[in-house]
Design a binder for this molecule. Structure first.
Ligand code: AMP
Length: 629
């Protein structure tokens, strides 16, 4: 692989892209930059968003622009205002150390007068949506007859949006001797036609196979009844909520707004983007999403075009798109710049055929998963919460007199009671009603792809508790391997959740006993491993998640030196063997009566607290939000 310098990029621009953290060119950049810089040829590039195509044309264009000439030398046409803004921003960054380049972006939904005056000041690069550019051409506010470089970005999207005539009109007003570069995620016939008419023997570049999905994207679906769609979405989001950063696609503006409103009301960190929003509102939403102040963005296909956000963990199809090609566009928003991501479809029972069409046409493979049960969502939260507590560093500096008083008040409780109360608060939102929520999986369409039975992949199998975790040096992969080796069950049939001091294995029901028999009682690092069916009341452990064997206890062992609040611990590690254990005092999670002797402050606080989870979610970035008028 060549580096940017070997591709011909000059020092000024090299410095700028180094600042952006681009170390090596992406595949499309490696192909396109030398063609731009060393030849006079046109370029027809098959590349999706996320491949680095903006720099593929942007870097050479910035290098080739002559700052001393003030006319429009490069014209970049793209389908949406978001993409316009993004491209201008990227180009400005590439040209950071090359003075005298003016870049103006022009797009609908924003003051045309302001754009006219920006253009008057002189621009060598204009980034435009087709409609607004035509308006400006009619007003003679922009002159494109000296253009040397034309880029049509996301050309297939422009056609989908009905911009074909506009694009042809614009191209018709550019000089013959220009160079044209066209990028498209797909290559339908219409694009070929445009290429034939407006490009001269272009160099054809592509990253990946035509229409092929990005290999870093896992495509999943769950089959549900239409009426359960929102509940299933919430379950899925809850289950993945530790790190979720997602776009959820809906079909209509109304649906986008409705689902977003419901999620916000239910305490999620969500907002929406659709065509009814003003430009200022859209920008505000996008900014908050980019800065992760919003973690879930609801959007229509049109509104999401041009959104350039890296690090999306999930793309969720609340409704499948009408156009199959849009599935690729949507999914391509995740797994960008080498990262991995999940594209998840909530499938109505009747939509099985569409899924197969997508597989065939978009060349992706779907894997069936099950919507997790309420219990599984709760268990996962519990794992995450205990992990967080165990890994939280004590911040001595916050322990001023008042905090110390609170510590003292809490120290009145015995350790077990304190832990139970903390968990009661955390688990408060998992009410009886929540735990009783029904299974949301519909026994309908199951395409059984790649020989994977949904039930083997999903969350419906048996859940086995194992008293080993990250503290024993395991991560997901090594733990899965270890379980597979020990039990002689293929790792493909196992799912694992590895926590700090314990883990769960999800397996097919018929494999459960084999796994338990293989693991339970095995010696690991001098300790006897405990493995049992999770929540199995009949197992001797009484469902306790405490560690067996060598007496290392929850929160004890190597963490026993830690003390919350800096005072001496009231009980040594070994005593605190189980949490939520069978032999507990009989108090329920809902929080029993306070122990006498504590100050009444504690009681007040408890009743007003609302639970850790509830508070955290409820306050999620000020979800009291603007309503669209
Ligand atoms: P694009 O396909 O142009 O929308 O780019 C997708 C993302 O990849 C953007 O966030 C870019 O900043 C990033 N990117 C582009 N080229 C590179 C590169 N050579 N190295 C690292 N990141 C890149």
């Amino acid at each position: 692989m060549k580096n940017f310098s070997e591709l011909g990029v000059d020092t000024l621009i090299l410095n700028a892209i180094q600042e952006l953290g681009f170390e090596n060119p992406t595949a499309i950049q490696e192909q396109s930059i030398p063609v731009y810089l060393e030849t006079e040829r046109d370029i027809l590039g098959l590349a999706q968003t996320g491949t680095g195509k903006t720099a593929a044309f942007g870097v050479p264009i910035i290098q080739l622009i002559e700052p001393q000439s003030k006319f429009v030398q490069a014209l970049i046409i793209c389908p949406t205002r978001e993409l316009c803004v993004q491209i201008s921003k990227d180009l400005t960054a590439y040209g950071k150390f090359k003075p005298g380049i003016n870049i103006v972006s022009v797009y609908g939904g924003s003051s045309i007068e302001r754009q006219v005056s920006e253009l008057k000041r002189g621009a060598q690069i204009v980034v435009a949506t087709p409609g607004r550019l035509m308006d400006l051409m009619e007003r003679k506010a922009v002159q494109i007859k000296h253009v040397k470089y034309v880029v049509l970005d996301e050309a297939d999207e422009m056609l989908n949006m009905g911009f074909e005539e506009d694009v042809e009109f614009i191209l018709g007003h550019t000089p013959d001797e220009k160079r044209v570069c066209l990028f498209s995620a797909t290559m339908p016939k219409q694009i070929r036609n445009i290429a034939n008419r407006y490009m001269k023997d272009p160099v054809e570049l592509s990253v990946g196979k035509s229409n092929s999905g990005n290999a870093n994207i896992t495509h999943q679906y769950a089959t549900i009844h239409a009426k359960d769609k929102y509940a299933a979405l919430k379950r899925y989001v809850d289950f993945n909520s530790d790190n979720i950063y997602a776009i959820i696609f809906c079909k209509t503006k109304n649906e986008t707004q409705e689902v977003s409103d419901k999620l916000i009301k239910d305490g999620y960190n969500a907002d929406c983007l659709h065509g009814d929003l003003s430009q200022a509102q859209r920008e505000k939403v996008m900014n908050r999403f980019r800065h992760h102040a919003i973690r879930i963005l609801l959007a229509t296909d049109v509104a999401a075009r041009g959104i350039d956000v890296t690090g999306l963990t999930h793309v969720i199809h609340f409704q499948l798109p009408d156009e199959i090609e849009n599935y690729t566009h949507r999914s391509g928003r995740t797994a960008r710049a080498g990262k991995t991501g999940v594209s998840f479809t909530l499938l109505n029972m009747r939509e099985g055929g569409r899924l197969k069409d997508i597989e065939r046409i978009s060349n992706v493979k779907f894997e069936k998963i099950m919507i997790p049960s309420a219990q599984e969502v709760r268990d996962k939260k519990l794992l995450a919460f205990t992990d967080t507590i165990i890994n939280t560093e004590i911040e001595e500096h916050i322990f001023d007199v008042q905090v110390q008083k609170a510590v003292d008040a809490l120290m009145e409780l015995d350790t077990k009671e304190l832990v139970q109360k903390i968990l009661s608060l955390e688990l408060r939102r998992f009410s009886v009603d929540f735990m009783n929520e029904p299974d949301l999986n519909a026994s309908g369409f199951d395409k059984g792809s790649a020989g994977k039975d949904g039930s083997t992949r999903g969350y419906k199998g048996s859940r086995i508790f194992v008293s080993l975790g990250k503290k024993d040096g395991f991560d997901i992969r090594s733990f899965k391997d270890w379980v597979a080796d020990a039990s002689n069950i293929s790792w493909k049939d196992l799912r694992v959740d590895v926590s700090g001091v314990y883990s769960f294995v999800d397996a097919l029901p018929e494999h459960a006993q084999q796994i338990i028999a293989a693991l339970n009682g095995q010696q690991y690092a001098g300790r006897s491993v405990r493995a049992e069916l999770s929540g199995d009341k009949s197992s001797g452990g009484g469902g306790s998640y405490g560690r067996g064997g060598g007496g290392r206890s929850y929160g004890g062992g190597e963490s026993s030196g830690r003390s919350y609040g800096g005072g001496e611990r009231r009980s040594g590690g070994g005593e605190r063997r189980s949490y939520g254990g069978g032999e507990s005092s009989g108090r329920s999670y809902g929080g029993g009566e306070r122990r006498s002797g504590g100050s009444d402050r504690g009681g007040d606080r408890r009743s007003g607290g609302g639970g850790f989870g509830g508070e955290r979610r409820g306050s999620s970035e000020g979800s009291s939000r603007r309503r669209r008028s």
